[in-house]
Design a protein around this ligand. Structure first.
Ligand SMILES: [Zn+2]
Length: 68
């Protein structure tokens, strides 16, 4: 068993007032951004993520060790 580094992001990390408990983990930042974009579209009616939010999202991404 080894720990793997995963990128993690929660909606609350980006906007605490959103009241959305969505949390996502992915192996790469690109993968994570895709999952976030899909979620933003489905749950927050954002067809695309505004540039300033992309910056917020990237700043809020945490790297967490996950046992695999
Ligand atoms: Zn959300």
């Amino acid at each position: 068993m080894a720990d793997k580094q995963y990128k993690q992001l929660g909606c609350l990390d980006v906007d605490a007032s959103a009241g959305c408990g969505f949390q996502v983990r992915a192996e790469t930042e690109a993968e994570l951004m895709q999952l976030v974009a899909t979620h933003a579209k489905q749950c927050h009616k954002l067809d695309s993520i505004p540039q300033e939010m992309v910056a917020k999202v990237k700043a809020a991404i945490k790297t967490v060790p996950v046992a695999v």
